[in-house]
Design a protein around this ligand. Structure first.
Ligand code: FES
Length: 75
């Protein structure tokens, strides 16, 4: 069984996105994807959330984290 890591920080993962709702949930229909590949943000720093805008690069450099987007590709 894998050990579960406990975050040392009490800072929220989401610093600023849709803070007026109890839970951020986004739904995307695969058939509505208009590009061969779309990148979805997993770092919670994108100004275009839920889409990745590259903000994870700055976040990773500042924190030593290694997060990146979820890529959804049409076959
Ligand atoms: Fe968040 Fe790229 S901006 S994963």
């Amino acid at each position: 069984r894998r050990a579960v890591a406990v975050r040392a920080s009490s800072e929220p993962i989401n610093p600023s996105i849709k803070k007026d709702v109890d839970k951020v949930v986004d739904t995307v229909s695969i058939k509505d994807l208009d590009k061969p590949k779309v990148a979805y943000c997993r770092c919670w720093r994108s100004d275009t959330f839920p889409l990745c805008n590259g903000a994870h690069v700055k976040h990773n450099a500042a924190t030593g984290d290694n997060v990146g987007p979820l890529l959804v590709a049409k076959e």
